[in-house]
Each structure stands twice: as structure tokens, then as C-alpha cells.
Design a protein around this ligand. Structure first.
Ligand code: HEM
Length: 465
């Protein structure tokens, strides 16, 4: 077991020491704030703040919360407040009847059929990205894995949702605006978590509002192109969402609702996958045995040629590497809910306004559910060892009725990207010792992760055009 690779993480410390560490770091990182206790308790109070915070690490209890049919545990108000300027009251943040209507209208856009079509666009986006990476490799320049993965996954979302590729300048603009948003929005400030009362209205910083406006302006252009076109012109996710009707009223989404809903697809649909891929490539760059196994599997299944959807589905090691990256670095670090009224969770009485912290980051590293919890071991997801998995202890895509609509999409996309890029390039991770994960809106490296890519000597030309 000693040969297992353990990738970077904040060392769990006692509560007070963790708080001092975060203050010293000065970036309000919630991962560094998590005390050692958060990785050990089943369910218990975290004693930092004015509002009570119950961390729920128990699969049975967190299932009760995430599947509760009575709407008493809606999305947490801090998170809703953070996302509202960006995505309005759309499917990711809404609750109750509003959410049910939205989900019913959006689900069909992620059907099996749609995934088959999306795969063609995903492959075309990777073709184009390989051309860019070839140039980078030729120039021998270093590049930011964060920007590279955001660019590629945003391009895939643009092509699959809006049938258009992402212009480079738009990609950079959205990436920069989103970085400002993630780092600066008031809800990620530690003092808000510690001192604010539940449901307190939190004004946003002007630069956050400006960043949201920049992102929404780009989205508005894309939505309007669809709305002004003939209804049969597009066959994509946006067209499907535009055509969706409320089963009760027969009404479709308004323009403002479309901007919110498609905005959430764009953001939830690329920043999350990008986050997981950054970590996957970092691990593969630092742990050659896993990289070698990926390449062997890709060579065996697809050889040098184009990779089909059916072949991607057969790449079980590639898929397990991605699953393990999602376990160690779940893009949605926390799935927070709030008690809208007093409630009882297991033996705990919770007041109205209590924050219910379901933390994939902690559950995925809890020693009661995982052997060598901090080690990278993709084979824990293999068919032979599947029986070791504890039901409900793995939830990168959430769980219950609000489980991620794009889970199938993301897994397909990520497997394709891993297979194609690992086959073609070597990745040298620069400054590996300085890497530190932090929890922003997604789990990210504290500083952009720089790497150098080189065409492999025996790399093949897999471009499909
Ligand atoms: C690795 C990639 C992804 C991860 C880890 C991820 C994770 C999650 C999680 C944890 C939730 C549930 C949050 C909660 O219950 O509070 C969620 C919801 C959602 N995700 Fe994803 N997601 C990913 C990719 C995608 C993609 C590709 C799309 C769309 C193209 C997408 C769209 C959504 C939407 C619309 C919801 C809200 C569902 C609802 O509340 O009914 N996600 N995602």
C-alpha cells in the first residue's frame, strides 16, 4: 500500500489551528478551515459561526436531507445569494414548485440520444484543441492547465448547447470574469460565514456584478442568435430547452428565463468538468504508472485512429481515473442546504436557519468509508473491488432528485479528453510542490497550475477532420 500516490491536500488540523492557518493564508479557503474533526465525525456541529453548521457525513442522513420531499431543506441561502446575479432563479438554485417545473422541462435535453449527438461535437472540439496544443508544444511554452481545461470544456458546452465554437477572446474573457467572480463574491468571504445571521441579505461587490454582466452579455448574444432563427435551424441543447413546455400551462421559458437556464448549463457544465480535469492531469503528470496504464488501454481499444463513443465507453481504466479524481477533488466541494424550519436530523435538533453542510470533500476522504482515503487508487472503482464501495459515500454529482443533470455528459466528455490528450502529449507539471487545493465555487488550485506539454515521440495523429 505504501506505493500508492498521495496527491496534495491541506493537512487536517485542530479547529483553532485551522482557523489561524486560514487567517495566515489570507485567502479564506474553506478547505484549510476544515478541522480534523470534519474528516472523522459521522455527523456533528462545527463550532465557528453565528449560525449553527451541522456537518453531515453519514450516508443515511445525507440521503434523508437530499431526498426530503417536503422542501424543508432548500439550497443554502449563502450559495443562492452568490449565484443569483449570474444565473437568476434557475434550476441550480431554485426550490420547491419552481424547481420542479424547471427540472421537468430541462431533463429531456440530456437524454441518451442527445448524448450521442453531443459526442460528435465533443470530438470536433478536441480536434481543434489538439491543434492549439500542438502549437504550444512546438513553441515549448508553459501553459495554465486551469485556462486550458476551462477553454476546452467551455468550447464543448458552446458547441453542444449553442452549435457554435467558442471564440478565443470570448473564452479568455469568460475565464477572467469567472475567476473574479469566484474569488470575490461576498458569499465566499469567511467573515460572512462566521458572523452573518441566517438569511441576511448580502450586497455584492461592484466588480462581482460587473463580472456577471460580462458573462451574461456573451450568453445573451448566443441565446438571441437562437431566438431569432427559424425553429428548425438548430438541433442542440438550447433548441431543446427553447422548445420545452410546462406540462400544466403549455408555456415555454421567457427570454430572461432562457438566459438564466442556459447560463447555468454553460457555467455548471464547464467549470465543474474543467476543475476535475485539472486535477486528473496533475495526477497523471506526477504519477507515471497511471499515465502508462491509460495509454495502454487507449492503444488496446482504439489504436492510433479516431475514438468512437462506443470505444470510450469500454475504457474502464480511463473512467476510473476520472472517478478517482472526482473523489479526491470533487468539483462541487460542498453541497450546502439550509433548514427552512426547525427539524430533527438523526439525534440532532436543528434550528431554522442552520446550515447543513454535506461535504463530498470530507465524505470522499472519510476513513470509515474508504481504505487509504487520501491516496490515488482508481482500481477501487474496478468491477473486482466494487463490493468495497459504501453506498452513498460517493457523491460528486450529488444525489436524489437534484442529482446533476449533466453527469452522463461530463463523464463521457472527460473520458474522451483524457484518452485523446494522454495518447498525444506528455505533461510536465511545473512547481508541483507548491500546489494547494482550495474551495472556491469549485475545487481549484490556489494558484493556476502551470505545465508544459510535448508531443509524444510515438504520438499519433488522431485529428478526425
Ligand atoms: C464533473 C462535472 C460535474 C460535476 C462534478 C457536477 C456536480 C453537480 C452537483 C454536485 C450537483 C448537485 C448540487 C446540489 O444538489 O446542490 C449538480 C447539479 C447540476 N448540474 Fe452538474 N456537475 C458536473 C457537470 C455538469 C454538466 C456538464 C452540466 C450541464 C451541461 C451540469 C448541469 C447541472 C445542473 C443544471 C444542475 C442542477 C440540477 C438540479 O438542481 O435539478 N453539470 N452538478
Amino acid at each position: 500500500m505504501s506505493s500508492l500516490y498521495v496527491p496534495p491536500r491541506p493537512q487536517p488540523l485542530a479547529a483553532l489551528v485551522s482557523l489561524l492557518r486560514v487567517m495566515a493564508q489570507g485567502d479564506g479557503d474553506l478547505l484549510s478551515l476544515l478541522p480534523a474533526k470534519a474528516y472523522r465525525v459521522k455527523t456533528g456541529w462545527l463550532g465557528y459561526s453565528r449560525r449553527s453548521i451541522l456537518i453531515v457525513n453519514e450516508p443515511e442522513l445525507l440521503r434523508d436531507i437530499l431526498t426530503d420531499p417536503t422542501d424543508i431543506y432548500p439550497k443554502n441561502d449563502l450559495m443562492v445569494g452568490a449565484l443569483e446575479p449570474l444565473v437568476g432563479n434557475s434550476i441550480f438554485v431554485s426550490s420547491g414548485a419552481v424547481w420542479r417545473r424547471q427540472r421537468q422541462m430541462i431533463d429531456p435535453a440530456f437524454s441518451h440520444m442527445r448524448l450521442n449527438k453531443a459526442f460528435v461535437s465533443m470530438s470536433a472540439a478536441v480536434d481543434d484543441y489538439e491543434r492549439r496544443l500542438d502549437e504550444s508544444a512546438e513553441r515549448g511554452e508553459s501553459l495554465s492547465l486551469d485556462l486550458a481545461m476551462s477553454h476546452l470544456t467551455a468550447d464543448i458546452i458552446c458547441r453542444t448547447v449553442f452549435s457554435t465554437s467558442l471564440k478565443s477572446q470570448t473564452a479568455v474573457d469568460v475565464f477572467e470574469a469567472f475567476t473574479v467572480f469566484e474569488r470575490t463574491c461576498a458569499q465566499v468571504e469567511l467573515k460572512r460565514l462566521i458572523f452573518d445571521a441566517p438569511f441576511a441579505a448580502i450586497p455584492q461587490h461592484p466588480q462581482v456584478l460587473e463580472a456577471c454582466e460580462r458573462i451574461r452579455r456573451h450568453l445573451g448574444d448566443l441565446v438571441d442568435t437562437h431566438l431569432t432563427a427559424d425553429a428548425t435551424q438548430y438541433d442542440d441543447i438550447a433548441a431543446e430547452v427553447i422548445a420545452a413546455r410546462d406540462v400544466q400551462t403549455g408555456e415555454g421559458f421567457t427570454r430572461k428565463e432562457l438566459l438564466d437556464q442556459l447560463g447555468v448549463m454553460f457555467l455548471a457544465g464547464h467549470e465543474t468538468t474543467a476543475s476535475a480535469l485539472i486535477w486528473a492531469f496533475m495526477i497523471l503528470g506526477l504519477h507515471p504508472p497511471a499515465m502508462a496504464r491509460i495509454r495502454a488501454e487507449v492503444a488496446e481499444i482504439a489504436g492510433d485512429g479516431p475514438i468512437s463513443l462506443e470505444q470510450v465507453r469500454r475504457m474502464s481504466y480511463v473512467r476510473n481515473v476520472f472517478r478517482e479524481a472526482l473523489r479526491l477533488y470533487p468539483p462541487i466541494t460542498f453541497i450546502p442546504r439550509v433548514a427552512a424550519e426547525p427539524a430533527t436530523i438523526g439525534p440532532h435538533r436543528v434550528k431554522r436557519g442552520a446550515m447543513l453542510m454535506i461535504a463530498p470533500w470530507c465524505i470522499h476522504r472519510h476513513r470509515d468509508y474508504w481504505k487509504n482515503p487520501h491516496a490515488f487508487d482508481p482500481d477501487r472503482f474496478s468491477a473486482e473491488r466494487e463490493h468495497e464501495l459504501v453506498p452513498g459515500a460517493y457523491l460528486p454529482f450529488g444525489l436524489g432528485p437534484r442529482v446533476c443533470v449533466g453527469a452522463g455528459f461530463a463523464q463521457l466528455e472527460a473520458s474522451l479528453i483524457l484518452a485523446r490528450l494522454c495518447r498525444r502529449y506528455d505533461f510536465t507539471i511545473l512547481d508541483a510542490r507548491k500546489v494547494r487545493p482550495v474551495a472556491r465555487l469549485t475545487t481549484r488550485p490556489a494558484q493556476q497550475l502551470m505545465c508544459r506539454v510535448a508531443r509524444r515521440a510515438d504520438a499519433v495523429s488522431s485529428t478526425q477532420t
